[in-house]
Write a protein that binds this ligand. Structure first.
Ligand SMILES: Cc1ncc(COP(=O)(O)O)c(C=O)c1O
Length: 467
């Protein structure tokens, strides 16, 4: 397609995208089509013959629209999603146009250098030790896999075992300790690494979901095995932050490795006013987080950092005779630090996000989301028949609707469903320590006080209809 006339296609696509983004302030946040309607609009037989690119894109945009969730809207509060900053979105388009293979320096020197630059910037923003190694991955799930592979390498090397060469069959036992309120991706990472999700010792958490240091101490006291401890900054429900400095001291006193799941909570470190919440986080051995959540970079953009670059590289590096490697001691080949071989040049949108906001803009975005979460909590808590379940330390709010009696779990689930159907905003439900709750996550750069107030009104209107 060297001779393709790109301009009409890309300009037309930009127009489609701009119209979608401009519709967000008034667009219904949730989707409207059923899965059957979407299959009917988008499915059909495998196309036999070519279709012009403009026609393909126009038809796709039209057919997909009713099934598109307004995650880019300032009134999207589901899961922990985050939108896409304008500069990051535009750089993401360029990333597609350039189509670099960022596995090797030779696959895209600019991509490799930008990756090196953003790793330095991110380490500084997140308060991590200078010289940490990093991987830019699909998401926090693969960041756990990567960081825990480095941890597995280290603790088994300390026990005299080369896990990269010999695998786990016949290996010395590895102790794993996880918090009771860990994210499920930690379990899945342990599974992927052959460590098993059921072999971990579960360390009790407090009412907000924070791992209890006294309980970790008790667990490790009985252990003679090399141990990996998985802590968390930012519980997916409450936003609660483990006391990482204390957990790191306890873990290190037993010769263990402390990994931190900071999918969104680690971004508190980027705000001078919130940094105290994650004090001591830099004393851990590895960290997993996302740029696609609180940095508001488009999917998919996860990040793993490791305080021990040698262990990180030992767990991930690969060689083949046809790979043109960067000069030893010279340029960085990202595939030495990632489980992927070929990969998208994810550093470009991260670079654009950081340059467009700067350190102060990122801090302001994190602070704003937290202030808006507190605004949500205050407005809802002031209403009759509404209970806020968590200490709103970060950007997460958990709400229940006790109403005038009857089954509060059922009523809460009904209010969540009605709010989703009503369309002013979108949020989801959860079960927190045995009780059904509505989850509100304020993670979007564009959310305003007016968005929160409109959403509170919609939630209370829906709650009122349940009685
Ligand atoms: C605390 C925590 N860890 C891990 C994840 C998984 O992140 P990802 O979807 O990027 O893999 C999430 C997602 O919400 C999370 O909140």
């Amino acid at each position: 397609m060297d001779g393709h006339d790109w301009r009409p296609l890309l300009e037309g696509t930009a127009d489609q995208a701009a119209r979608f983004l401009e519709s967000l302030p008034e667009r219904r946040v949730g989707w409207t089509a059923t899965s059957e309607e979407l299959r009917a609009a988008l499915g059909g037989r495998l196309p036999e013959d070519p279709t012009p690119a403009e026609k393909v894109v126009t038809a796709l945009a039209e057919a997909a629209e009713p099934g598109i969730v307004g995650t880019q809207s300032g009134r999207y509060f589901g899961f922990v999603i985050g939108g896409a900053l304008p500069a990051a979105l535009a750089a993401d388009w360029l990333t597609g146009a350039w189509d670099q293979n960022a596995g090797l320096y030779a696959g895209g020197p600019a991509a490799a250098v930008v990756e090196e630059v953003v790793v330095g910037w991110l380490a500084e923003l997140l308060g991590l030790p200078a010289g940490v190694s990093a991987s830019l991955l699909t998401g926090c799930q693969m960041a756990h896999v990567t960081a825990l592979a480095a941890a597995r390498h280290r603790v088994l090397a300390d026990a005299g075992w080369d896990v990269e060469q010999h695998g786990l069959i016949g290996a010395p036992p590895v102790g794993i300790a996880v918090g009771a309120e860990r994210h499920v991706t930690v379990d899945r990472a342990l599974r992927y690494l052959g460590l098993g999700s059921a072999t971990a010792t579960v360390v009790p958490a407090d009412g907000q979901g924070r791992m209890r240091p006294d309980a970790l101490r008790a667990v490790l006291e009985g252990t003679t095995w090399p141990t990996i401890v998985c802590a968390q900054v930012g519980n997916v429900n409450t936003g609660a932050v483990d006391p990482v400095a204390e957990l790191a001291d306890i873990t290190h006193a037993h010769g263990g490795w402390l990994h931190v799941d900071g999918a969104f909570g680690l971004w508190a470190a980027a705000s001078p006013s919130l940094r105290h919440l994650v004090e001591g986080v830099e004393t851990a051995d590895s960290w997993a987080t996302d740029a696609h959540k609180w940095l508001n970079v488009p999917y998919d953009s996860g990040l793993a950092f490791c305080a021990h670059p040698g262990d990180h590289r030992a767990a991930m590096s690969v060689q083949a005779s046809y790979l043109i490697r960067a000069d030893p001691g010279g340029e960085r080949d990202a595939m030495d630090f990632t489980p992927e071989f070929s990969r998208r040049a994810r550093a470009f949108p991260i670079y654009a996000a950081i340059r467009s906001l700067g350190r102060s803009g990122i801090a302001a975005m994190i602070d704003r989301c937290c202030a808006l979460a507190r605004r949500f909590a205050a407005a809802l808590a002031a209403a009759d028949g509404v209970e806020v379940l968590n200490e709103v330390a970060l950007n997460q709010v958990l709400v229940r609707f006790p109403g005038a009696g009857g089954d509060t779990d059922e009523r809460t689930r009904t209010v969540v469903r009605l709010v989703q159907e009503e369309g002013t905003c979108w949020l989801s439900g959860t079960v927190w320590q045995g009780r059904a709750a509505m989850r509100i996550s304020v993670s979007n750069w564009s959310t305003t006080e007016e968005d929160v107030d409109r959403s509170v009104d919609a939630i209370l209107r829906c709650a009122a209809t349940v009685g």
